[in-house]
Ligand binder design. Structure first.
Ligand code: TK8
Length: 337
């Protein structure tokens, strides 16, 4: 009797396991709403298309990504909340707008952290980049990969900014993020946090005088139509991050999760290449569109850097010194120093 009970138990276990295994490999028909803030002709839109095509291909046409750009599903912050609540499946947006959820994300807002894309790739794709990404999970978000938003540059309508003092009193839109608010206040500007989705109108109606974003975005969002002056500051490198709702993710089979992960990696590699190629010629395009370009002299760049060192101390205190040190060490390693 005892033997047959044990047999029954092990049979039940075997059946459960094989059902579990089948489930782990199952790929269901799914529609994934993937939201983003820029328009579909932007680098963000192009890479989203690559992601969508790859998901469809890898899932044999079963999983379909509905790409919804232009912040039609809401601003970065609104979409993050929809993902946490399970009302939306995926998005891509700035890491900077995540600091209210995961404070460690502020590390990527450190002014002048990276000198070039190669350094950024090495640190973001390395252990510390993964560690910071993984912190999102306890808040209901799963980060898949970092994309490149890029090095940010300053535009405005008031005056050519060639030195630190030229920033005085310029009403500058910044992302909804304390490090950005602090940074630009420290530099003398009047920093106004606004979602990206409201930015073009705010510039057009002169609610704000200026903004800062990579060349790619200044071009694809047509900011040149409403901004005269551009200063090449490269003051910070912004990553984008591809996110999945954790509620949704946990309901996927292992195979489905792998489809999303593999497609995300492919989209990342495409996106960085595409973004860099576009950035390389964007400055000439913006000039041709009539923007007046200023290069910041090395001396002025150093003055800005010095002023911003107080901001760095604030970030270190906020994310914790050990994490700050870990990132600095990773940057040093990436630099080969
Ligand atoms: C797009 C934003 C944008 C960012 C900003 O949703 O807000 O200025 O650079 O890319 O995430």
């Amino acid at each position: 009797k005892i033997k047959s009970l044990a047999l029954a138990a092990s049979l039940t276990l075997a059946v459960t396991m094989s059902v579990g295994a089948a489930h782990a490999q199952e790929v269901k028909h799914r529609i994934i709403r993937f939201g983003y803030g820029l328009n579909d002709i932007s680098n963000q839109g192009r890479a989203t298309k690559v992601f969508a095509d790859e998901v469809e291909k890898l899932s044999g046409g079963k999983m379909k990504v509905r790409a919804i750009g232009g912040a039609a599903l809401g601003s970065d912050v609104q979409m993050q909340q929809a993902l946490i609540g399970g009302a939306q499946e995926m998005m891509v947006g700035s890491t900077a707008t995540l600091v209210g959820i995961t404070k460690e994300m502020a590390i990527w807002d450190t002014p002048f952290l990276f000198n070039n894309g190669k350094e950024a790739d090495a640190v973001l794709d390395g252990p510390v980049g993964q560690k910071i990404m993984d912190k999102l999970q306890e808040k209901g978000l799963v980060g898949l990969v970092y994309w490149e938003n890029g090095f940010r540059n300053l535009t405005n309508n008031k005056r050519a900014v060639a030195k630190l003092e030229d920033l005085d009193g310029i009403k500058l839109r910044v992302m909804q993020n304390n490090v950005f608010i602090d940074s630009f206040k420290t530099l003398g500007a009047n920093a106004v946090p606004l979602p990206f989705s409201e930015l073009f109108t705010a510039l057009e109606t002169k609610t704000v005088d200026g903004q800062e974003n990579p060349f790619n975005t200044i071009l694809s969002s047509k900011f040149y139509e409403v901004q005269k002056y551009l200063t090449v500051t490269n003051h910070v490198y912004s990553p984008w991050i591809v996110l999945v709702s954790k509620k949704y993710w946990d309901g996927l089979s292992k195979t489905e999760q792998k489809v999303l992960m593999d497609a995300a990696r492919k989209s990342r590699d495409f996106e960085r290449q595409d973004t860099r190629a576009e950035a390389d010629k964007a400055l000439a395009d913006l000039k041709a569109k009539g923007m007046q370009i200023n290069q910041l002299s090395p001396m002025e760049a150093n003055r800005m850097r010095d002023k911003l060192s107080t901001v760095n101390a604030g970030i270190a205190a906020n994310v914790g010194q050990p994490l700050w040190d870990e990132v600095q060490a990773a940057v040093k390693k990436a630099r080969g120093a």
